[in-house]
Design a protein around this ligand. Structure first.
Ligand SMILES: NC(=O)c1ncn([C@@H]2O[C@H](COP(=O)(O)O)[C@@H](O)[C@H]2O)c1NC=O
Length: 203
């Protein structure tokens, strides 16, 4: 099944909260996740000239602000991170409403998650609806939210989670067979007082 870009929020079997993002792409597979600094992971074309071909393929997909993690499929990551003083739910809601879905040939939805140790919100804006929901995370389970064929916040969109470190989860989600065209995966995991980031690229 092709669900395009997707987020996974969940807990490891030992109860560590994480947010993950996978780029799956038919049209722009020559990209990679890159850790820009200890708080930020970006998605970039390997050939930087490619970024001018489409406005939606180059962006920060994870940003950590203090102890809060923002994950998304576009430049809205940065705007949500800048509005966190509104509160997690309202920052996500406000930015999704203002930015709307992508004006490409697929009306690709914007998806996002904002989470910390205590609570997690998932949200999306598509050409049909807009939704932000608080999600209760369970040990060893993850909820996914994808741009195509999986753009809903629903208990049926639950997967098992393997791995206890950011690296192990990035590897597991990048290689999650059910979802096609893997390109790159980025993960932020909250461990006690620290947040660790990891990336895994297909090639
Ligand atoms: N965020 C991304 O990495 C991203 N990659 C591709 N898109 C958009 O989605 C369209 C379809 O891409 P694809 O065929 O790779 O699923 C692209 O033309 C582009 O407008 C993206 N936009 C949102 O997901």
């Amino acid at each position: 099944m092709y669900i395009g870009r997707f987020l996974v929020v969940g807990k490891t079997k030992e109860g560590k909260v994480f947010g993950a993002y996978r780029v799956s792409s038919r049209s722009f597979p020559n990209r990679e996740a890159r850790k820009l600094n200890e708080n930020t992971i970006a998605i970039l074309p390997k050939d930087l000239n490619e970024m001018f071909k489409n406005p939606y393929i180059t962006y920060n997909c994870i940003k950590v602000v203090n102890k809060t993690v923002v994950v998304s499929n576009g430049i809205h990551t940065d705007f949500i991170a800048e509005k966190l003083h509104f509160g997690k739910r309202d920052a996500l809601t406000y930015v999704l409403a203002v930015m709307d879905y992508e004006k490409d040939e697929y009306n690709t939805p914007r998806i996002g998650a904002v989470l910390d140790k205590e609570e997690c919100y998932l949200g999306y804006v598509s050409c049909e609806d807009i939704r932000v929901k608080k999600v209760n995370l369970k040990n060893g389970k993850g909820y996914y939210l994808g741009v195509y064929n999986a753009c809903s916040i629903d208990e049926s969109q639950e997967i098992e989670i393997e791995g206890e470190t950011a690296e192990e989860i990035a590897d597991y989600i990048l290689n999650y067979k059910e979802f096609e065209y893997p390109v790159a995966c980025a993960v932020a995991i909250i461990e006690d007082e620290d947040i660790s980031l990891a990336i895994k690229n297909k090639n």
